[in-house]
Design a protein around this ligand. Sequence first.
Ligand SMILES: [Mg+2]
Length: 246
Amino acid sequence: MIRVVLFDLDDTLFAHRAAVRDGIAAHVARELGTVDAAALQDRWDDLEEHHYHRYLTGELSYLGQRHWRARDFMRPLGVEFADDAAAEEWFETYLVEYRRAWTLYPDTIPCLDALGGTGVRIGMITNGELGFQLAKLDAMGLTDRIEQVVTSGEFGYAKPDPRIFLHACEAFGVAPSDAAYVGDRLQTDAIGAADAGLTGVWLNRSGVTSPEDDAAVAASGVAVIRTLAELPALLALWPTSRSSSD
Ligand SMILES: [Mg+2]
């Protein structure tokens, strides 16, 4: 049976993408006045995806990915930062707006409440920096609900590397087969967890899939949910034959 449920943070429990889009729109509106917010939001999303991935693979430092995002975003708008300090200052100002837009998904607390009532233990694995992710948990009132928080920044390996999933299971003292991992990214989260021996759950809030996604879901055997409200029933029904003896 599932004794530990591990969650991703950004875009799983925490509405990261919405906060990013609101944050950059507010930031550029104040700096540049009226702008085409939607196009800039899309470009900011793309730059985050690109440069944050470079950080996760070790190509850039955490602060380095911030500076690259700031530079690449502002250059087409005619702004060149004189140095890293100037890029960092711009990014910190954006973060004020990002933080202002922080919010949980409406299904987060009800799901954690429902799981808590079953005696399941709750943890987190997130590809990020410990301090920054803990600040989100604190601001969202989640700190006391998450027993163990594993971050790639602290551990040194990022999802989908199986080592980070196994490390979290060890922190709880359970076998991977006794743990489920829930996240919004099919490959990084759900299939990564399944490859490490956990029950992988893909939270696909949009419901949009590609033929490649469908094939990957079928091949990996991960479960797919549209909202966190589906999770408690899914885990209760998960076949016990998949778990180790206990
Ligand atoms: Mg995520």
